[in-house]
Design a protein around this ligand. Structure first.
Ligand code: MLT
Length: 270
């Protein structure tokens, strides 16, 4: 069941972006992870109350084409999202970012602070890749080019969600990974590899922040999430039994956190 409309907005340099939209109220924008698209927010779109939720497909994802960029820098992806927010709202948006979407959200806070009313950072980090992680990105680029997206989906399913996760969640993830163009996967891996440290951006930002992490997240540790919440002077919510994809794995808990955070003006998650 898809309780949302698919519409288009202009991104940077003439890009036509597909954006899922549902709900009523002030604008919120949910930015998907890598290499996924708006469908990861299917349990939020048309379900969470109190906001008109927009879920853009970043360039080269879902219904938004790859248009030749060799690197999807987090800055470029954030500028695309800024363009969507400017078209949709005269007073900015409540921004939610998962993993790579969190990197993009932090770039948005740095480059377009006037557009961000509040921030939910889920399964993400402010720190850049370590040298080891950068080398792993290059190895992943090699692997996806030579072995294909199915092998990337196999590898990612091992780490995105715990082994006992709902098979439907695993199926949804596999579909999104396997439908993302390989060239877009390469460009996004390069962009994540080269992203800067945005810890100071978060520390300086005045917006209310909610940090959400799954206790079983194999990619982002609870300690990292704790540090981020502290840096942001924000609230931390750790969801037990959940991996890297809280909005898909535990939608009712995740949705209640969003609604509570927004209802309280972003100051309190309860
Ligand atoms: C994601 O889920 O968006 C990615 O795993 C993030 C990353 O690889 O750093």
């Amino acid at each position: 069941m898809f309780g949302y409309d698919l519409t288009t907005y202009g991104g940077m340099r003439g890009l036509v972006m597909t954006v899922a939209a549902a709900g009523r109220g002030p604008t919120a924008v949910a930015i998907h992870g890598f290499p996924l698209d708006h469908r990861m927010w299917a349990d939020q779109l048309g379900v969470v109350e109190g906001r008109r939720l927009l879920a853009p497909d970043l360039r080269g994802s879902g219904g938004t084409p790859w248009v030749g960029d060799p690197v999807h820098t987090m800055d470029l992806l954030a500028d695309d999202v800024a363009s969507v927010i400017r078209s949709a709202s005269s007073d900015g948006a409540d921004v939610v970012g998962l993993s790579m979407g969190g990197y993009v959200a932090l770039a948005l806070v740095e480059r377009h602070p006037d557009l961000v009313r509040s921030l939910v950072l889920c399964a993400t980090r402010t720190r850049p890749d370590t040298d080891e992680a950068r080398a792993r990105r290059d190895a992943t680029i090699e692997a996806v080019v030579s072995r294909g997206r199915e092998s990337l989906a196999d590898a990612m399913l091992e780490v995105l969600v715990p082994a006992d996760a709902d098979p439907l969640v695993r199926a949804r993830l596999r579909t999104m990974v396997e439908q993302t163009p390989t060239e877009s996967i390469v460009a996004s891996l390069r962009g994540m590899r080269d992203r800067p440290d945005r810890t100071e951006v978060l520390a300086r930002s005045q917006v209310p922040v909610l940090v959400v992490v799954g206790e079983e997240d194999a990619l982002v540790g609870v300690a990292e999430a704790e540090e981020m919440a502290e840096v942001a002077d924000g609230r931390l919510e750790v969801i037990p039994g959940v991996g890297h994809m809280p909005p898909m794995e535990a939608p009712s808990i995740f949705n209640a956190l969003l609604e509570g955070f927004w209802r309280a003006g972003g100051r309190d998650a309860r």
